[in-house]
Design a protein around this ligand. Structure first.
Ligand SMILES: [Zn+2]
Length: 351
């Protein structure tokens, strides 16, 4: 016999737990209008209905939470699903790096490879060129000697400012100053796209003494592999795991920012046709081995245990523009099932 359910009624929409979900569901609605022309009937329905139902394990005062069930569409262009995947990927990467550091005695570098912006119609070919150039770069003898594995992420941004705004000027000051451009002038990069790679590289602890590759060597090699002498920037540094330049979060976050992706339908179409079907996150070498270990449970010792005691289930149903919530106590059977040892599965820092 199931216990009689305890109901506490409806909570306010700005609730701690659902606060971040409602804006993502609104973005999913916006994306749906842009993407539906590409999808069959069933896929369109999944996308539109994505996360209309979510439930969380929590306690009576909702001070803890763990995601429980939801109807995820799993489409990479869905802002809700991309966000959820980013939170899980960040957790996975953090655990993998800690395990590699301890078990393999390695260090990490954070590498960013860019090229000048391209036009919308060149984006797909430019991404192909990036992929080929990356492979060439990692076949170089000195790189093969130094790098034991990597995780690589493709990201694309777009500049959709017709005029140079204050914010844009401060972002790309060097670029504008070089060309004598000031705030309020026409933006020469208007409607251009910038594909780039972020990568975490695994190197021996001795890297800084042996097999070290200088910044100018990285830059020259990347120029060579891209066959583009106009490239001026390559960033390579020791991986920072904390603070604003957290490399793990940088790699885990979405391939295209929502602000860029959903700015208008024309821009969405460019992102969709250029990124669809591509592998966005690529593991290689020791990183690939550890990604498999993570999935098979071999790295569980490195995961943080979820010590919270869950007593309640919070269910939320999407009703036009907000989630309607309901809280009930877990049944005896559910309590036993749910409070077995679990691990923390996602990071909260990704917005
Ligand atoms: Zn979704």
């Amino acid at each position: 016999m199931r216990k009689k359910q305890e109901r506490s009624g409806i909570s306010p929409v700005d609730d701690e737990i659902l606060g971040k979900y409602a804006p993502k569901k609104s973005l999913n609605r916006k994306a749906f209008h842009f993407i539906k022309k590409y999808l069959g009937e069933a896929a369109a329905e999944y996308f539109e209905e994505c996360n209309t139902f979510i439930s969380f394990l929590t306690n009576g005062d909702k001070s803890v939470k763990r995601t429980y069930k939801a109807n995820n569409c799993k489409n990479r262009f869905c802002p809700m699903c991309a966000w959820k995947k980013a939170k899980k990927d960040a957790m996975k990467l953090g655990v993998m790096l800690e395990a590699i550091k301890q078990k393999e005695d390695k260090e990490f570098l954070f590498l960013t490879l860019t090229a000048p912006n391209c036009q919308a119609e060149e984006l797909s070919d430019t991404i192909d060129k990036f992929n080929k150039a990356y492979h060439k770069l990692f076949k170089r003898r000195n790189v093969q000697k130094a790098v034991k594995g990597y995780v690589r992420k493709l990201e694309v941004t777009t500049d959709q400012e017709l005029k140079i705004t204050r914010e844009l000027y401060h972002q790309k000051r060097e670029y504008f100053d070089k060309r004598g451009l000031k705030m309020g002038h026409d933006n020469p990069q208007y409607d251009t796209y910038n594909p780039h790679f972020h990568a975490i590289l695994v190197v021996n602890k001795s890297y800084f003494k042996k097999n070290y590759i200088r910044h100018d060597e990285w830059l020259n090699m990347w120029r060579d592999c891209m066959d583009d002498p106009s490239i001026t920037q390559v960033r390579v540094e020791r991986l920072k795991k904390k603070g604003s330049s957290n490399g793990v979060l940088e790699i885990a976050k979405y391939a295209a920012k929502h602000d860029d992706l959903l700015i208008n339908e024309k821009v969405f179409d460019v992102f969709y046709t250029s990124l669809k079907g591509r592998q966005l996150l690529v593991y290689s070498g020791v990183m690939k081995d550890y990604a498999q270990k993570y999935e098979s449970g071999e790295l569980d010792d490195f995961k943080e245990k979820d010590e919270n005691a869950y007593t309640h289930l919070l269910s939320a149903i999407w009703a036009k523009s907000k989630y309607i919530q309901e809280l009930r106590a877990l049944t005896e059977h559910e309590l036993q099932e749910i409070n077995k040892t679990k691990f923390v599965e996602e990071v909260e820092d990704i917005i």
